[in-house]
Design a protein around this ligand. Structure first.
Ligand SMILES: C[S@@+](CC[C@H](N)C(=O)[O-])C[C@H]1O[C@@H](n2cnc3c(N)ncnc32)[C@H](O)[C@@H]1O
Length: 371
């Protein structure tokens, strides 16, 4: 039995498939499109079997790995065969099992009462139970660098995709690239989910007491997340903020358009600049640029939600990244995350921020205080 494959699977948001295919054609011309379901796209390599630790240069694939094609319920024994084969290759290697469902709806567009997981049923429980005495799969904790992560993706009723990847620090440790984040009832908006997802993905070295400025802050889900993490926040937005956020002693609202705010009006020392304006990317990046240049002496980084109001803007992402670099960022990356709508997050660190990030162990981002 041999588990080599020339195929890879990728997972993206529903609607992002054409942008993903275009991006892979550009960044990885040796991968040709093979198969697609909403939110799940596979490609075939023209260069033979793909190593399990390959890296995909992609903004739209939030998870990916080597693919061994599809299985019916009757074929689920292949999962165990794959785990056993991995053990024979390297007995000490830890093996994780991720069982998850492809996206069935775009984020925020789930019908009323929708509960994720209908395609999964008891699949994961049955697989784990059948193997529990053999300890094939790790039971607890996220994968560590070098661990193998078997992927069983529910694609359609009774149909699963089987795959694997070797975990590295640049991949999401969460099944399907979707961290389990609950929207607190006190959060004024879903933007809480986006921001928490961006912080987990970027591992931005935010610290209690840092001052963050958010352009496009109303009604306040992102501000709520930052305040919960102990940051101070200035929100810039002509719209109305949630009254609870306004009452928070560490929050200040500047209720005007960002274009009307002279740079001098903001404090001298600002560590983080965030953006979430519902306008075209060039307009919003210009607003960030104007303020960031004033903050460079203190700024650690930027976390920018850039709206792809039209999918054609996806082609311009490399230019957006160049623009953000030119603002004084030394490390810049972008991704469309699980809780994003038709938008991407651009994360940039200044030299100062990068030094801080290097000194901060991954996954040690301060957690929210309980609420
Ligand atoms: C997606 S909402 C922001 C959600 C917010 N981040 C939250 O956490 O709830 C987009 C916001 O951009 C704001 N906006 C649009 N144009 C703006 C401008 N020129 N200056 C500041 N805010 C603007 C809108 O008023 C709107 O509240």
């Amino acid at each position: 039995m041999n588990f080599e494959s020339e195929f890879i699977f990728t997972v993206c948001q529903i609607g992002a498939e054409p942008a993903l295919k275009k991006e892979i054609a550009k960044n990885h011309p040796d991968f040709k499109f093979a198969f697609s379901r909403p939110g799940y796209v596979t490609f075939k390599s023209s260069r033979g079997p793909v190593p399990f630790d390959f890296t995909l240069n992609s903004v739209f694939a939030r998870a990916y790995g080597v693919s061994f094609g599809s299985l019916s319920e009757a074929d689920l024994g292949r999962v165990t065969e794959l785990a056993e084969w991995l053990k024979t290759q390297e007995p000490q290697r830890k093996i994780h099992l991720h069982v998850w469902e492809r996206d069935l709806h775009a984020p925020g567009e789930e019908p009323l009462g929708f509960i994720a997981g209908s395609l999964l049923g008891q699949t994961e429980n049955s697989l784990r139970k059948a193997q529990q005495n053999r300890h094939l799969f790790e039971e607890h904790g996220p994968p560590q660098v070098g661990d193998e992560v078997i992927q069983l993706v529910a694609i359609d009723p009774g149909k699963f995709g089987l795959g694997v990847f070797t975990y590295s620090r640049f991949r999401s440790p969460d099944p399907g690239g979707r961290p389990a984040i609950q929207l607190p009832s006190a959060s004024p908006s879903r933007a809480y989910l986006k921001l928490e997802n961006s912080l987990t993905w970027s591992q931005a070295p935010i610290r209690k007491g840092d001052l963050a400025v958010e352009i496009g802050s109303a009604p306040g889900g992102a501000s709520y997340a930052l305040l919960q993490r102990g940051l101070r926040v200035i929100g810039i937005d002509p719209a109305i903020m949630d009254p609870e956020i306004l009452r928070h002693p560490e929050f200040q609202h500047i209720q005007r358009s960002v274009n009307q705010i002279p740079r001098e009006e903001l404090p001298d020392s600002i560590q983080w600049l965030l953006l979430d304006m519902n306008v075209e990317p060039n307009v919003s990046l210009f607003a960030v640029d104007r303020l960031a240049s004033r903050m460079l002496n203190s700024l650690h980084g930027v976390l920018l939600t850039v709206k792809l109001n039209q999918w054609k803007f996806a082609d311009e992402i490399p230019y957006f990244l160049e623009h953000v670099k030119a603002m004084g960022m030394v490390r810049v990356k972008a991704a469309q995350l699980a809780y994003h709508r038709q938008e991407v997050c651009i994360y940039g660190l200044t030299r100062r921020g990068q030094m801080l990030a290097n000194a901060t162990p991954r996954n040690s981002t301060p957690k929210r205080s309980p609420h």
